[in-house]
Design a protein around this ligand. Structure first.
Ligand code: CTP
Length: 401
């Protein structure tokens, strides 16, 4: 990175106790070179890994590590937050991620993150098995729901133990790039209304049973969070999922495909500029709904009769035919022949582009690799669902221009 894009900016650089803490002084140095003033903050355990003197010497600022610092008159976390344009947590350990996800304020770093005014850049680093643990996945998902938080990395590579996997902290220049980006956020969807569908639809058989699918809703929620962060008014129409609503989004909860159709039509009628159709809409629903719980059959088999649901996206595509707006983005999950099926769906549904992925990759995870299919050559995109969401929105913005 060249120039001094951080001139006049103040970054509170929080360092937590992990081996990757040795990279924090490099991050500090690069931030200083870009013109920032850097306020170093350390957890107590960080000081087992990197010396406070190193950071204070580099930054020319005292290292803060104690909420109750007797040498400071006033509330230290509030004072730091009012100075800092951005808080960066480098590295973020599994423990600190958990405390941030819970909204705790049990040390200076967590209290500062809670009271911070601007973006919070989080650079996790931990053993790959920790990063993959369901508890850490839950905490990451919670933090991703906070539009102020930007998680950068971790990346695949060797970790301290010598093992390889996803858990290694992003390189200092990537962390610095994320800080620069966080301080110059794209507001390229300001004034736009983006409608996003997410999650599965569930088709009720009776009051206790339904037909569903394995969609987690994470991709649609990531698109909604990213669109909101980029300034859009967002309506998020979602089937049943266990995800918290990204900040700033209006959420409409639905169950079946027909409910989703009604909700989407209403949302798009309200000046919809784009529809990102990430929901896994059931193609069929039971022909009959029983208002009483159905009892098990006497014989060994039960035959259900299903009727076809409308294709929500195709109907919207047909209505739009000949016009450029709203921009329509479809998704496709396939087990084989990914690109060919995606091209077929794009044509059938009359949408701008299709984001296609293999069933084996996407379900439930936080990362994905997908294929963007429009009328040109297909483009592979890989990364966190949030990064893929931003890439989807880049395409939407280009088509809105
Ligand atoms: N879709 C929709 N209404 C449906 C089925 C799908 O709007 N009844 C949308 C999905 O939200 C997605 C795209 O169409 O954006 C493709 O969904 P997918 O299930 O992959 O394709 P289908 O058209 O259902 O085809 P198939 O299941 O046969 O692959």
């Amino acid at each position: 990175m060249t120039g001094r894009p951080l001139e006049g900016r103040v970054i509170a650089l929080c360092v937590a106790g992990g081996i990757a803490a040795y990279k924090a002084p490099i991050v500090a140095r690069q931030l200083l070179a870009l013109g920032a003033r850097v306020l170093p903050v350390m957890t107590r355990s960080a000081q087992r890994f990197v010396g406070a003197v190193t950071l204070s010497g580099l930054c020319g600022e005292p290292v803060r590590d104690d909420m109750w610092d007797p040498s400071f008159a006033g509330e230290l976390h509030v004072a730091l937050a009012s100075q800092a344009d951005c808080v960066a947590v480098v590295p973020t350990t599994a423990d600190l991620l958990a405390r941030l996800a819970e909204g705790r304020a049990d040390d200076l770093v967590t209290a500062l993150c809670l009271v911070a005014r601007g973006p919070i850049v989080i650079a996790p680093a931990m053993h790959p098995r920790m990063w993959a643990h369901p508890a850490v996945r839950r905490n990451v998902a919670t933090i991703e729901g906070d539009a102020r938080a930007r998680i950068v990395g971790p990346v695949f590579g060797a970790v301290a133990s010598g093992e390889e996997g996803v858990g290694r902290m992003s390189e200092p220049e990537d962390v610095v790039a994320a800080i620069v980006a966080a301080l110059s956020p794209r507001r390229d969807l300001e004034g736009r209304h983006v409608v996003v569908s997410a999650g599965p639809t569930v088709e009720d058989l009776d009051p206790v049973r339904f037909l569903g699918n394995r969609s987690s809703g994470k991709m649609g929620f990531a698109v909604a969070a990213a669109a909101s962060a980029r300034g859009a008014r967002v309506t998020l129409v979602t089937g049943p999922v266990v995800l918290s609503t990204p900040s700033g989004c209006t959420r409409v909860d639905v169950r079946g495909a027909l409910d989703m159709q009604t909700a989407l039509d209403e949302a798009l009628d309200d000046a919809g500029d784009a529809l990102v159709m990430a929901a896994a809409v059931a193609d069929h629903r039971p022909a009959e709904y029983s208002s009483a719980k159905t009892k098990k059959v006497e014989g060994d088999t039960l035959t259900l009769t299903l009727v076809k649901n409308p294709d929500l996206l195709a109907a919207i595509g047909a209505r739009r035919a000949g016009k450029r707006h709203p921009v329509l983005v479809g998704f496709a999950v396939e087990t084989n022949d990914l690109e060919a099926y995606a091209r077929k769906k794009r044509a059938q549904k009359q949408v701008d582009f299709v984001v296609a992925n293999l069933a084996a990759h996407g379900f439930g995870g936080d990362d994905d690799h997908v294929l963007f299919v429009d009328d040109g050559p297909a483009r592979a995109v890989q990364g966190s669902k949030r990064a893929i969401a931003d890439a989807v929105l880049d395409e939407v913005v280009a088509r809105l221009a």
